[in-house]
Design a protein around this ligand. Structure first.
Ligand SMILES: N[C@@H](CCC(=O)N[C@@H](CS)C(=O)NCC(=O)O)C(=O)O
Length: 217
């Protein structure tokens, strides 16, 4: 199994966590340098025409793309520990929290969007940062409201078991540091993320623990 990864990629962070939780170690981790635009190289475009990380290639050549799809596939093929609750309502809530992060927020702040704002609309670095901060902050407010207001929230996002929602929340928290969103005003998010980071599967997968990462975001 080959994982196409980059230290800064939050979507790949999600997949690294899931792989660690499932005890799966890719045979090879291939660095795709997003800062240098390597995601747009022809060889990678053949693997993921969306030109985005992560991608996972299985031993028989099957290509998996989109972090949520990859994680659900890993969960179906390696059921322990499960990353989605059995109860349909709990499952829907977990998927809802995960999608709020991975589908409604993260796509607004990825390199291709930030580069388009700069190149086509002449947004300077401060304006692009303000854009990222805005969307990140909006998601934090929505997440805190969901998590603090629900009796379903426990030690983790859904009860006391780690789920897909926690994987996405860890990525959201890592991105918050980059976009200068203080996590302290969001006590439920902070409590859950602090707990998650004591788990080796999360800590080891963190962007700043990957080859090529700087000492701080
Ligand atoms: N929805 C995708 C997101 C993929 C994505 O945008 N990944 C980012 C890194 S986190 C990327 O490779 N971006 C390249 C670019 O924007 O040019 C997923 O969850 O896998």
């Amino acid at each position: 199994m080959k994982l196409f990864s980059y230290w800064r990629s939050l979507a790949t962070y999600r997949v690294r966590i899931a792989l660690n939780l499932k005890g799966i170690a890719p045979d090879e981790v291939i660095d795709v340098n997003l800062h240098q635009g390597a995601q747009r190289a022809e060889a990678f475009r053949q693997i993921n025409p969306m030109m985005a990380l992560p991608a996972l290639i299985e031993d028989d050549g099957n290509v998996l793309f989109e972090s949520l799809a990859i994680i659900e596939y890993l969960d179906e093929t390696h059921p322990n520990p499960p990353l989605l609750p059995k109860d349909p309502r709990a499952r829907a809530r977990v998927r809802g929290l995960a999608q709020l992060i991975a589908c409604d927020t993260h796509p607004l702040i990825v390199p291709r969007v930030r580069e388009y704002l700069a190149d086509e609309f002449h947004a300077d670095e401060a304006a692009v940062m303000k854009w990222g901060h805005h969307w990140h902050q909006a998601a934090m407010i929505a997440l805190e409201t969901h998590l603090a207001g629900s009796p379903q929230t426990g030690r983790y996002c859904q009860g006391d078991t780690i789920t897909l929602a926690d994987i996405c929340l860890a990525g959201q928290a890592a991105g918050a540091a980059y976009f200068k969103c203080d996590i302290a005003p969001f006590p439920t998010i902070k409590r859950i993320v602090d707990t998650l980071m004591t788990n080796d599967a999360f800590a080891r997968a963190h962007p700043l623990k990957q080859p090529g990462a700087p000492a701080s975001p």
